[in-house]
Design a protein around this ligand. Sequence first.
Ligand code: SAM
Ligand code: DTB
Ligand code: SF4
Length: 347
Amino acid sequence: MTRPDIAPPGDPRMTTIASIPLSDVRAALAQPAQRAEARWCVAEVAALFELPFMELLFRAQRTHREHFDPSEVQLSTLLSIKTGGCPEDCGYCPQSAHFDTGVAAGKLMAVQEVVEAARAAKANGATRFCMGAAWRSPKARDMVPVAEMVREVKALGLETCMTLGMLDAEQAHALEQAGLDYYNHNLDSAPDFYGSIIGTRQYQDRLDTLINVRQAGLKVCCGGIVGMGESRVQRAGLIAQLANLDPYPESVPINNLVQVPGTPLAGTEPIDPFEFVRTIAAARITMPRAMVRLSAGREQMDEALQALCFAAGANSIFYGDKLLTTGNPQVERDRALFQRLGLRTTA
Ligand code: SAM
Ligand code: DTB
Ligand code: SF4
């Protein structure tokens, strides 16, 4: 479906829209659920990126306000429950065994240690606890302790999220039965850029895991990374892929590459900060009801840039002094930022 709201004035596509009966256009605008299910083509998303910055920000802010309180931010805390030694070769990742990054391979944490970390996250104000493992996919023997972690963390009154790599249908079902709320599995990049970043797993593998997660009745957390040397059209390609998932993810983490020495992507030309904000805005416009998370890379950003991300429709962050293996702003610094911006955190 062509969207009347993204064609700039004078754009020839307006002629196409003019040829659609007005009643159809009105019906589409009146039924948000239908609009959300409409497919976005890469060119349409690229057209969003091409808008003048202020225009893009205004459109994103307008969409944000239709569905959310723009002064509210949701806090998720991450914990690496199994660090390093991963057999995959994701070119951005400090935990891949293919690269020498100084991250030591560890074992799966004990359930009670995980529960203690979750308790501390809750005491600090987080509402979601996301547990990540450096696996290609969980082994059968891992599923029992992992399910136990979900049950115990959920019992603390936190939303639970896990990111364990690829899942088959049975594993997704087992996690759902344990009470998992969200599964994080990122598409990471546009399909035509993906192969230059990761060789050990195909784009289709990721889509298959997302299908298994959805079919098990879990909520989907799925996003990507920018600043890996991709083009603007490829950033638009990532956003279009995410927005065209049916339904689109409930949570969309937008990561800015954290460059870690030893990974193949260390030394990549960093993305223009305004281009990062544009990516957030495009995610907000194309996935209006999703939680759009300003994810990795915040420690390298100043407060003004983070504020622009919130203005562009980000309404969630990773909160806590650490991401998985790299740093994140200290909680005191984040609290001061919320105070300065008059942001409230989700209770
Ligand atoms: N091993 C599992 C997997 O890949 O699905 C789960 C953990 S993995 C670390 C989760 C996500 O973290 C990746 O998909 C990627 O989007 C993000 N990530 C990893 N390293 C990053 C980096 N250096 N900068 C930004 N995001 C990163
Ligand atoms: C996501 O999209 N970003 C998080 C979470 N999902 C698992 C991970 C960021 C990792 C950054 C690099 C590190 O700390 O190792
Ligand atoms: Fe392994 Fe996940 Fe890192 Fe890829 S992103 S190397 S799968 S931990």
